[in-house]
Design a binder for this molecule. Structure first.
Ligand SMILES: Nc1nc2c(ncn2[C@@H]2O[C@H](COP(=O)(O)OP(=O)(O)OP(=O)(O)O)[C@@H](O)[C@H]2O)c(=O)[nH]1
Ligand SMILES: [Mg+2]
Length: 417
């Protein structure tokens, strides 16, 4: 474990509603997830950051002293630093300095498993470091490993700007083709017309737990932050036999670093394209309100704030006041209370999802000519067959199909009398 000091500077002109205590709390969680042992926390106020050190000279001396007596090898800033500030601070404090974005990138780097996830993280790391690179090479190699320098891009940070720029272009191309591959896989699996339900929420809200419970998948779950980096999609049947695609996504946090959002655009696109969002909220957390607001802000940044959304209050197994919860659900439109872990109230959850998606599927009654047998396969793939009957005049099928797929088969519909 690396011993670290956390530094939060509250700027006077900062209009963010996220108050300083919240930021401090969030940074602490991030630092722990990255594997740091927090030996001191420092919160201060300033009118403006100084261009050379961000903090004042006096504060810098104080931190140098603190770091020495607490034997901290790392100072984590809650604010984003410029290249100059970063370099000067490392010289001044004589320890490694990491800012909030680097910390988050570090956690992401450790959690990326798929090629796409790794590529996205490397891209974000390079884009973040490029403008901060001037005159660094030597220092970087001195710093060695540890928090803030890990990741797929670790070795590559030392190559010159030009090669980094080339690499960025290359990574962007790779991401495009990976994205293309993902969409073609979906078409191949016959999932292109299925409505998609995407889970969003603050990190650690329980999205992956819920995803696993509903799909029988083994998506990794943990109490740390940003466990899920690689989005996973699975087709499942709702109790009404409608087939839908469920997608788990990366967790949100207040002020997600800009570079990260850029690099993860393709992944986050799932959110924008979703037919329905399920906002999973850990209602047992004392920070639930702040988490909710942070997620709404990210959704707005993505342009997904107007999407049809079901709000799932999760972890109700940890709540004591049942009456309060009942009132909350009653007063919040389109909400449902569940426990992803204990599988509580899934019936009500499904009911909500079905209600919201009712426009996306329709029941069909078809008579398929015998020379159109491939359509039988199509219907099995795309929907749920309720009845099938092989007759002399063709195959009679009753099924639930996505509206788009049903439309294609209109000519075979058996007219109801
Ligand atoms: N008690 C309780 N714990 C839960 C529940 N749902 C999830 N958890 C726990 O909360 C922690 C985080 O769960 P995850 O499913 O990994 O959360 P996530 O939203 O996928 O997190 P990220 O992938 O980091 O965004 C784990 O320790 C889960 O076991 C629940 O209903 N009740
Ligand atoms: Mg997850």
């Amino acid at each position: 474990m690396e011993k670290a000091i956390l530094v939060t500077v509250k700027l006077e002109h900062d209009k963010s509603t996220w108050d300083v205590v919240e930021r401090e709390h969030e940074l602490k969680e991030l630092a722990k997830t990255a594997g740091a042992e927090i030996v001191a926390e420092d919160v201060s106020h300033r009118d403006m950051p100084t261009p050379d050190l961000y903090i004042g000279k006096g504060k810098a001396e104080e931190l140098t002293f603190q770091a020495a007596i607490k034997r901290a090898g790392l100072v984590i800033f809650n604010n984003d630093l410029s290249g100059t500030q970063h370099r000067n601070l490392e010289k001044e404090l004589n320890v490694k300095v990491v800012d909030r974005t680097q910390l988050i990138l570090d956690i992401f780097a450790r959690h990326a498993k798929t090629l796409e996830g790794k590529t996205q993280v490397e891209l974000a790391q390079l884009e973040y470091s490029l403008p901060r690179l001037a005159g660094r090479g030597a220092e970087l190699s001195r710093l060695g490993g540890g928090i803030g320098t890990r990741g797929p891009g670790e070795q590559k940070l030392e190559v010159d700007r030009r090669r980094i720029r080339d690499r960025i272009i290359r990574l962007k191309q790779d991401l495009k083709s990976l994205e293309f591959r993902r969409s073609t896989t979906r078409v191949k699996r016959g999932e292109f017309s299925l409505p998609t339900v995407v889970f969003v929420g603050y990190t650690s809200a329980g999205k992956s737990t819920l995803f696993n419970a509903l799909t029988g998948s083994q998506q990794q779950v943990s109490s740390g932050l940003f466990t899920t980096l690689d989005p996973l999609t699975r087709a499942v049947f709702l109790p009404n036999k409608q087939k839908v695609l469920l997608a788990d996504t990366v967790g949100f946090i207040s002020q997600l670093p800009h570079h990260l959002v850029e690099s993860f655009k393709a992944t986050l696109e799932e959110v924008v394209k979703a037919d329905l969002l399920v906002h999973v909220l850990d209602i047992s957390s004392p920070k639930a309100r702040e988490h909710f607001d942070a997620v709404c802000t990210v959704l707005t940044d993505l342009g997904a704030e107007k999407k049809t959304t079901v709000l799932a209050f999760n972890k109700i197994d940890l709540l004591e006041d049942e009456e309060k919860l009942k009132r909350l659900v009653k007063d919040t439109p389109d909400s449902v209370a569940i426990s992803a872990l204990k599988h509580l109230n899934f019936d009500a959850f499904f009911q909500k999802i079905e209600d919201k998606l009712s426009g996306y599927s329709s029941e069909i009654d078809l008579l398929l000519p015998l020379d159109k047998m491939e359509l039988v396969d199509f219907i099995y793939r795309e929907g749920k067959v309720k009845e099938i009957d092989y007759t002399n005049s063709g195959v009679r099928m009753k099924a639930i199909l996505p509206v788009i797929a049903a439309k294609k088969l209109k000519e075979y519909a058996v007219s109801k009398k």
